[in-house]
Design a protein around this ligand. Structure first.
Ligand SMILES: C[S@@+](CC[C@H](N)C(=O)[O-])C[C@H]1O[C@@H](n2cnc3c(N)ncnc32)[C@H](O)[C@@H]1O
Length: 171
């Protein structure tokens, strides 16, 4: 069992352009074991589609709009991590991070405000090449939560998959 509670902050969602990738960030956060996700921008369609997944596929993952990402990061009770290709390799900070009880991990959309580099406790990279917030978040959660994605049970699910080698089995 792993004792770290991880929360995600999605910084800078642009409703017209980022709906699909922000949805993927939220669903990846949920599937890989984060407790919930904060957005600094409210997008009703996005929020409803994530809440719809939670109601069908179970669990108590939350999606929440916050008015000030600064105050969320500054007042978070736990350690704050900003994922950026300019940061320290996750592998070098893993042992330290795994000792935390609560982590707030921030992923950007296009360009993040420079202040996030200053106020986060850690700037962490998943490799030093540009890629995607979805990939970065997935690797971070998988490593920090020790593969929770493969074990996690979602309570009160209306749909569950029965794993099979061929076809689609659900109950
Ligand atoms: C499409 S990237 C934005 C890149 C943008 N050009 C910039 O300079 O911030 C969106 C987000 O993905 C995450 N990301 C992308 N590559 C990463 C990497 N190698 N390590 C950690 N996070 C990464 C960061 O959180 C980033 O804010």
């Amino acid at each position: 069992m792993n004792g770290v509670d991880v929360y995600v902050l999605r910084l800078g969602h642009r409703a017209e352009r980022d709906k699909r990738i922000s949805t993927h960030v939220a669903l990846t956060a949920r599937a890989f074991g984060a407790k919930g996700i904060f957005f600094d921008v409210f997008d009703r369609n996005l929020f409803e589609s994530v809440e719809d997944v939670v109601s069908r596929w179970g669990g108590d993952f939350f999606i929440r709009h916050i008015h000030s990402w600064r105050s969320l990061v500054k007042n978070f009770e736990g350690k704050t991590v900003h994922l950026t290709m300019y940061g320290m390799p996750l592998t070098e900070k893993m042992e330290e991070l795994k000792k935390c009880e609560r982590i707030l991990v921030t992923v950007g959309a296009e360009k993040v405000p420079p202040e996030i580099y200053e106020i986060s406790d850690y700037n962490i990279s998943i490799g030093t090449q540009p890629h995607s917030e979805v990939a970065a978040l997935a690797v971070f959660l998988d490593r920090i939560l020790n593969g929770e994605v493969f074990r996690k049970e979602f309570e009160n699910a209306r749909t569950r998959i029965i794993p099979s080698n061929r076809g689609k089995k659900i109950c």
